[in-house]
Design a binder for this molecule. Structure first.
Ligand code: NAD
Ligand code: TYD
Length: 363
């Protein structure tokens, strides 16, 4: 098994939710850490501010779609490992504005692959080089309640512009392995939760709204199911794949933890009632509001994780009750991190997405 401290890594999207959690883990053990992040609405310098002035750590504010910048970084920092998180990642935003998803997720991944291929070839195709592409379970489409979980051989059937753009990027990564022999890896993971998640995704949005005494908007009938995994477990899985997997492999990652949206929101309410102290509204369950459904809303995702368990010995460590409690506590203690993110842009986004929905509630 290899070691991270042998590696010179470029981490794209390292100022976002999962990327920043991974960067902390990587920085603790690797020789050198270079983060490339465009600092979009989802990327926040403050998230990795504690690392910015450390030795052997560098944050470049730039776009993965710029070939010259990417090529120059790979060469000047002698990169041998790319861990690619940078993406547009929110399904609701992909419905209202799909173009940037195609640009970042498809063209951005293509730009990185092509630059990395040229760098790898110019160095004589070293065997230890790796390009790990971080992807999602959403590329497999939607399951019915009784369907078996997605495996690595489930056919792709993306349903949203987000998942279609991630599927496109996965196909490019696969093609670079098969055509050029580039040592690539793909991980497809289920929904993550934990510290530093931008407050427009389900769990942080509900935490923040409870703290502000605002309605908790549950789409449709609240019966949609996701397979939730703590972000630290995801980062450990990525590290295992990077260090142990054969080039060209793909691995599914998930929490063996299927939960209905309404059950999550109710658990969050209970936790906040318990931990939240002086809240604007109590009991917080009265804030739950069923709103008009997301168009094309996938009903259920679930991951079969037997391949990564068997091949690499990886297992999720967090049970959901512990992880959710820790996450609620984190949002309670880090108002200084999330409050500045509720900017005018965020308010505009929120009004556009939820304004009509609440009025058109069907439930
Ligand atoms: P995020 O939206 O929190 O962060 C994305 C990061 O990418 C941000 O820091 C943003 O500034 C950066 N970025 C966006 N466009 C860029 C560009 N053109 N150039 C450089 N940087 C750019 O996303 P996340 O939730 O941390 O997800 C990270 C990756 O993991 C994504 O590829 C996503 O598809 C995948 N994934 C996420 C989940 C989840 O539950 N969040 C689950 C499975 C897979
Ligand atoms: P999200 O965090 O956007 O992740 P994804 O759609 O990629 O799985 O949403 C998780 C689930 O929560 C999804 O079924 C949509 C639902 N949801 C709500 O019911 N209300 C909300 O305000 C949000 C943001 C999501």
């Amino acid at each position: 098994m290899g070691l991270l401290n042998d590696k010179r890594g470029l981490i794209t999207g390292g100022a976002g939710f999962i990327g920043s959690n991974f960067v902390r883990r990587w920085y603790d053990s690797a020789t050198s850490t270079l983060v490339l992040d465009a600092l979009t609405y989802a990327g926040d310098r403050a998230t990795i501010a504690d690392l910015e002035h450390q030795d052997e750590f560098e944050l470049i504010c730039g776009d993965i779609c710029e070939p010259a910048l990417v090529a120059q970084l790979l060469t000047s920092h002698n990169i041998d490992t790319v861990v690619h998180f940078a993406a547009e990642s929110h399904v609701d935003r992909s419905i209202s504005g799909p173009a940037v998803f195609v640009q970042t997720n498809v063209m951005g991944t293509f730009t990185l692959l092509e630059a990395f291929r040229q760098h790898w070839e110019s160095q004589g195709k070293p065997e230890h080089f790796r390009f790990l592409h971080v992807s999602t379970d959403e590329v497999f489409g939607s399951l019915r309640v009784d369907d078996p979980a997605f495996s690595e051989t489930t056919p792709y059937a993306p349903n949203s512009p987000y998942s279609a753009s991630k599927a496109g990027s996965d196909h490019l990564v696969r093609a670079y392995f098969h055509t050029y022999g580039l040592p690539t890896l793909i991980t497809n993971c289920s929904n993550n939760y934990g510290p530093y998640q931008f407050p427009e995704k389900l769990i942080p949005l509900m935490c923040v709204n409870i703290l502000l005494g605002k309605p908790l908007p549950v789409y449709g009938d609240g019966q949609n199911i996701r397979d939730w995994l703590h972000v630290e477990d995801h980062c450990r899985a990525i590290e295992s794949v990077l260090l142990q997997a054969e080039p060209g492999e793909t691995y599914n990652i998930g929490g063996n933890n299927q939960v209905k949206n309404i059950d999550i929101v109710e658990q969050l309410c209970e936790l906040m009632d318990d931990l939240g102290g002086d809240l604007p509204t109590r009991p917080t369950q009265q804030l739950i509001t069923f709103v008009k459904d997301r168009p094309g809303h996938d009903r259920r995702y679930a991951m079969d994780i037997s391949k990564i368990q068997r091949d690499l010995g990886w297992q999720p460590k967090y049970d959901f009750a512990t992880g959710l409690r820790q996450t609620v506590q984190w949002y309670l203690e880090h108002r200084d991190w999330w409050q500045p993110l509720l900017s005018q842009d965020y308010q505009r986004y929120y009004a556009a997405l939820y304004g009509d929905r609440v009025e058109q509630s069907e439930f």
